[in-house]
Design a protein around this ligand. Structure first.
Ligand SMILES: NC(=O)c1ccc[n+]([C@@H]2O[C@H](COP(=O)([O-])OP(=O)(O)OC[C@H]3O[C@@H](n4cnc5c(N)ncnc54)[C@H](OP(=O)(O)O)[C@@H]3O)[C@@H](O)[C@H]2O)c1
Length: 343
């Protein structure tokens, strides 16, 4: 077993990490760390648990460590920290020899940091060679994308052979995407918020890196433009995205469907058997019905149609599982599979 700990373990993504890691056949959770507000308490006393399943009793009894303590009993450090904290802390863990798998946006777009979706761009782990040379860390830092980016990039990846020319996406994003203290109830009940800080910039840039080509130790971003409009809606978990894609080829809808359905699993413990499922019903996907597909790791695609020169689709995924903690755990599993992490 590899020993792992979680930074930001008390937050919404941190709790999902505990869910994804508890009983994991390759990883053993040995530490939970958070801010000084929580450090020193038992995890069960922190009182932020939001999942609709029981906290594992052994985790309840774990003492919360303080983020920044570099003496952790772990090989891998999963990070669910706010970006400003991650920017300062994550390199210190990487320099100290830990493999850091981060959810935060702080280093995603750095040219020597892999931004990974294992089914889409596993070869980008090759950036770690440049990272080692440039940073001289004893460990490493890899990242997973913004939650909204994950579902968009997964829906687009199988369409690459048809020549993606332009993408427009309009999102309906869940409350849990904003973190535990995120959106005040009075702002979101009976409402839609038409702006999410810094979100559109991430959704417009990250998929181009993920769908880019690794050549001579650098990623050449994919050449198409993405325009995003991001909105917060009163849904607890599950982001829905209405996507328009202009393709240079003219594949039939049947071929497009086959491309999504033949998208392969990487076959590790957290990987879903089917990374993408296509729904034919006119009223699917929906957050309540589809966010837990593949234990929260499958992206559901539906409402597929031609709209003039555009292909229109809806993509939906679980933002704190496939869009966050599950994505990070899957990245670590990919590193094991490719020999970057030894069990
Ligand atoms: N929610 C999502 O769907 C989602 C998806 C993808 C990526 N992300 C990213 O994942 C990260 C965590 O998101 P979240 O939704 O879990 O946020 P959250 O619920 O606000 O949790 C934040 C965590 O960070 C800790 N923390 C906050 N300030 C700290 C400080 N100054 N020093 C040390 N620890 C500190 C908190 O500890 P205390 O409890 O002690 O305050 C808590 O454990 C963010 O970077 C976010 O952008 C989130």
């Amino acid at each position: 077993m590899l020993k792992v700990c979680v930074l930001g373990a008390t937050g919404l993504v941190g709790q999902r990490f505990i869910q994804c890691l508890w009983g994991h056949p390759w990883f053993r959770l040995t530490g939970v760390l958070a801010s000084e507000r929580s450090a020193g308490k038992r995890y069960g006393e922190v009182g932020k648990w939001c999942l609709d399943r029981e906290m594992p009793p052994a985790v309840r009894r774990m003492k919360v460590g303080k983020v920044g303590d570099l003496e952790v009993d772990a090989d891998v450090v999963f990070s669910a920290l706010p970006a400003d904290v991650a920017r300062e802390v994550e390199p210190r863990y990487a320099a100290a020899g830990y493999t850091v798998c981060s959810n935060a946006s702080a280093y995603r777009m750095e040219e020597d940091v892999p931004l990974l979706i294992p089914e889409v761009n596993p070869d980008h782990l090759g950036l770690l060679e440049a990272q080692r040379k440039r940073r001289r860390w004893k460990g490493a830092l890899i990242t997973n994308p913004n939650c909204t980016t994950v579902f968009l990039a997964m829906a687009l990846a199988p369409l690459r052979p048809f020549g993606i020319e332009e993408v427009a996406v309009s999102t309906m994003q869940a409350l849990s995407g904003a973190g535990y203290g995120g959106v005040p109830g009075m702002a979101i009940a009976d409402n839609v918020l038409p702006y999410i800080g810094k979100e559109e910039e991430k959704v417009e840039s990250e998929p181009r890196k993920i769908l880019g080509t690794l050549r001579n130790g650098r990623v050449q971003p994919a050449g198409f433009d993405i325009r995003a409009s991001c909105h917060r809606v009163p849904v607890i978990d599950g982001h829905t995205e209405s996507i328009l894609v202009r393709l240079s080829g003219k594949p039939s809808l049947d071929r497009v469907r086959r491309a999504w359905e033949s998208f392969e699993s990487i076959g590790t413990p957290t990987a879903p058997e089917r990374p993408i499922v296509v729904r034919d019903e006119m009223d699917r996907p929906q957050p309540r019905m589809d966010r837990d597909a593949g234990r929260g790791m499958t992206v559901s695609v539906g409402r597929v149609a031609r709209k003039g020169p555009w292909l229109r689709l809806l993509a939906l995924g679980h933002n704190t599982i496939r869009g966050a903690a599950g994505a990070s755990v899957l990245n670590a599993e990919l590193m094991v599979n490719q020999g970057y992490l030894k069990r």
